[in-house]
Design a binder for this molecule. Sequence first.
Ligand code: PNW
Length: 452
Amino acid sequence: MGEAPSPRSLQFPGGFLWGCATSAYQIEGAVTADGRGRTIWDTFAHTRGKTYKGQTGDVATDSYHRFAQDVKLLKELGAKTYRFSIAWARILPQGTGKPNDKGIAYYDRLVDELLKNDIAPYATLFHWDLPQALPGGWQSRDTAKAFGDYAGLVAKRLSDRVRHFMTTNEIVCFTDLSYKSGLFAPGLKLGDGAVNQIRHHAVLAHGLGVQAVRANATGGTQVGFAENPRVYVPVIETPEHIEAAKRAFRQENAPFISTVLEGKYPTEYLEREGANAPKIESGDMDIIGSPLDFVGLNVYQPEYVRADASKAGYAVDRRPTSYPHMASPWLFVGPEVMYWAVRSVTELWGPKAIYITENGCSGEDYRDAAGRIEDTDRVMFLRNYLTHLHRAVSENYPVKGYFLWSLMDNFEWVDGYGKRFGIYHVDFETQERHPKRSALWYREVIARNAVG
Ligand code: PNW
């Protein structure tokens, strides 16, 4: 009695891949260096009133110049892997056309530095920074085709060293948040028909990307995508609520992960959208449903669901106003979401492998007089989420690795530098990086391969 559970009881399997994640526009800066083309996020962030205090990714954490230092941070943690993204506009400044060798060279340097330090590179091909020059952006079907060509080019140049590619990051964010609510670049508010078509172009781009990576990569290269499905936690773990959670997961993510992993749009979605349903060309669904080597899940906040007598068979509960969240008001704390994300995807579609491609939280971190950053709220958050990931692993769900968002504080999109997600603190005046308590804690997790 009174004994704390031994960390050994929360041991992860040997070879579990611990890492951190970032994305290009959020960290690189150097937006005009070496021929990089303009992206829709450059334009958007420079448009008055779009981001917190008008902040932009012009400098960010200056990782274009400081990548070697960032790799040192990863090394200090003992990280086995690093998920970063490649800026399409560095590789193809106009989105299509002639490759920019200087842009590719940056990723050569980054990848070589990672490998020199025994850190496995996991590269996302598109994390929202769409080249501005592509006419119509994701409204155009040609953008999907352009993405496929870009993906093939990157695979050709990097797959001798990068063995894992993710096509897209969070399709719902660069479609719905960008073209429906207008919160993200390019900030449009289009109608349902247009939005469904944009979503179609996005899943098509993913599929073309998968095929292009396969066609151009050296053998053994794995390809998947990183999605942030809405995840449903059964209010009580009874068979009827568990069944409700599974149904909700498939229906509420219908045009995204469900369509990709089934290779067809769920009928209920097409019926619901009626005349607004996407126009599909012959062959599209086979491309969209291209088999994947792994599924990446970005896991943050839960939804609670219960069984219900309605036709759908489930009802999503409204969150009480007292429900706790982290510094970002949308980031509700619900560690069980980690387990249910993995279990729902496995039960619905049985992917070969799952990675948690993002998980982490914002906090109002500050350096005290002694220079310490005691982010005990983040440690609490991570410890609890990882405990539930451990449950998934110990029930033999095929989770192979975990990427903490984020390695360091960075440009948090519309929240600018106002929301800090890093386990390393960044002083944006001096670009100095300092470990927060959570970095020291994560280093222990990695060293012991266990949550403690
Ligand atoms: C993810 N939401 O975005 C992104 O992949 C990262 O680039 C980002 O920095 C990180 O999470 C933290 O926000 C999200 O509103 C953006 O639920 C919004 C939401 C979720 C994830």
